[in-house]
Design a binder for this molecule. Structure first.
Ligand code: PTJ
Length: 253
């Protein structure tokens, strides 16, 4: 990996790039994952590379939803595994649930490499290597699922995904939590809770919220979910981008 000095003004962004590039070299991330990372970087730039107030609200609602779920599940793809393997293991441990590998550009070799990486980072149970059922309505490999995992879950966390599976999981009656820097993406627009933030910042924050909210009574969490309005959160995310751009252009012009 290229050594990035901590003093570099674009340290976090360059480290993320290195992780995804290394993920491709190690056979964990698809080559298409590089393009997805580039698109994400662009939206992060528009957001001002920070967890905005609307994203913080969505993260809190997501934590409440995961804690109230009877069977929550977490999906991991090649970009997620490259960027935040340790952090995903910590989130799964805080919720006491397995991680499930699910890929769009699926190869059995890549599924195994990701599952091995997660186990190496401390994951107890990793699903996805032996899918035994399909999510209805999808004609691609993302349909593959595991009974007892995503297939039977009532709440599913799907970071960095295209919109198809989000819609198919919703059609199965599940609640879906997305992490996606693009507030205009199909996933973000359809999800029950859309966290418009970089996964690097969002997942540690989500784990922290899970730990804190687990100390609260269920009635408090239920109230939080009742009061949560995802359309309003997306409108706020759009406004936060607008405000940031106005400020940046004011400096430029
Ligand atoms: O490993 P695979 O085969 O399952 O493939 C994974 C990718 C990400 C390649 C696949 O799911 C894909 O093509 O996704 P899309 O359609 O490019 O959507 C990914 C979304 O995640 C885009 O809206 C990006 O803006 C967003 N994104 C990219 N990087 C980040 C991100 N969101 C949060 N944090 C990021 N670091």
């Amino acid at each position: 990996m290229t050594e990035i000095p901590k003093s570099h003004p674009r340290y976090a962004s360059l480290v993320a790039r290195e992780r995804v590039a290394q993920g491709v070299k190690n056979g964990i991330t698809s080559t298409q994952g590089l393009i997805a990372q580039g698109r994400g970087e662009c939206f992060d730039y528009l957001l001002g590379e920070r967890t905005t107030p609307s994203a913080a609200t969505a993260i809190r609602a997501a934590a409440a939803l995961l804690l109230l779920a009877k069977r929550p599940a977490i999906s991991v793809n090649g970009n997620v595994a490259a960027l935040v393997p340790v952090e995903m293991v910590a989130l799964a441990a805080a919720l006491k649930i397995p991680l499930e590998v699910n890929l769009f550009h699926r190869s059995e070799e890549r599924v195994k490499k990701i599952a091995d990486l997660l186990r190496e980072k401390g994951a107890g149970d990793v699903l996805g290597e032996r899918p035994d059922i399909s999510v209805p309505g999808l004609d691609h490999a993302r349909a593959l699922a595991t009974r007892g995992g995503i297939y039977d879950a009532d709440v599913v966390l799907i970071p960095l995904e295209d919109g198809d599976r989000c819609e198919a999981l919703l059609a199965m009656g599940k609640k879906v939590i997305a992490i996606d820097l693009n507030p205009l993406s199909r996933t973000a627009r359809k999800a029950s809770v859309s966290i418009v933030d970089n996964i690097l910042r969002a997942v540690p924050q989500l784990t922290e919220e899970v730990r804190q909210l687990s100390l609260k009574p269920n009635s408090d969490l239920q109230r939080m979910i009742q009061e949560y309005d995802n359309e309003k959160i997306l409108r706020e995310a759009a406004r936060e981008i607008q405000e940031n751009l106005k400020e940046q252009f004011r400096k430029l012009i």
